[in-house]
Design a protein around this ligand. Structure first.
Ligand code: RTP
Ligand code: MG
Length: 148
């Protein structure tokens, strides 16, 4: 069983797509173990996107991710990281396959609706940036087992 950190990004919030995106992830069989709406601060953005802070596009990325509220989600399921990344599609919506979230809802590399951890190391690092232990429910093993 694996956990992943998902953000529904400010563009999706402005477009009122949070519910539809969450529904797709739940329909797939991923279980919600943490959920909140929040504002990403510049400090949190720098921690979250630590690997990109020194890159030329970082200032725009920070401006975007702090431009409005996000929904932070911790999902659990078998291979939750890879499954979620597959459902997201490629970074650029124009290159994302139809059927993926980015492929179905966007045309932009920046306004790409959703973040998902890209590795177990990343989810181990990212989940505690958004959730304290008390904000996450215990394992949903039984629940997911029943579903599948
Ligand atoms: P994310 O981290 O947001 O889930 O997106 P990702 O894994 O698909 O893409 P990543 O390579 O981690 O890049 C993070 C965000 O930075 C913006 N970006 N801009 N101008 C550029 O070359 C460039 N490259 C990446 C994108 O908005 C991407 O979501
Ligand atoms: Mg990334």
């Amino acid at each position: 069983m694996q956990r992943t950190l998902v953000l529904i990004k400010p563009d999706a919030m402005k477009r009122r797509l949070a519910g539809r995106i969450l529904t797709r992830l739940e329909d797939k069989g991923l279980a919600l173990v943490g959920l909140k709406i929040m504002q990403v601060t510049p400090d949190l953005a720098k921690q979250h996107y630590a690997e990109h802070v020194a890159k030329p596009f970082y200032p725009e990325l920070e401006e975007f991710i702090t431009s409005g509220p996000v929904v932070a989600i911790c999902l659990e399921g078998p291979e939750a990281i890879t499954v979620t990344r597959g459902m997201m599609g490629k970074t650029n919506g124009r290159e994302s396959a139809p059927g993926t979230i980015r492929g179905d809802f966007g045309m932009s590399r920046q306004l790409n609706l959703i973040h998902g951890s890209d590795s177990p190391e990343a989810s181990d690092r990212e989940i505690p940036l958004y959730f304290s232990d008390e904000e996450l429910v215990g394992s949903t093993d039984g629940m997911v087992g029943t579903f599948f």
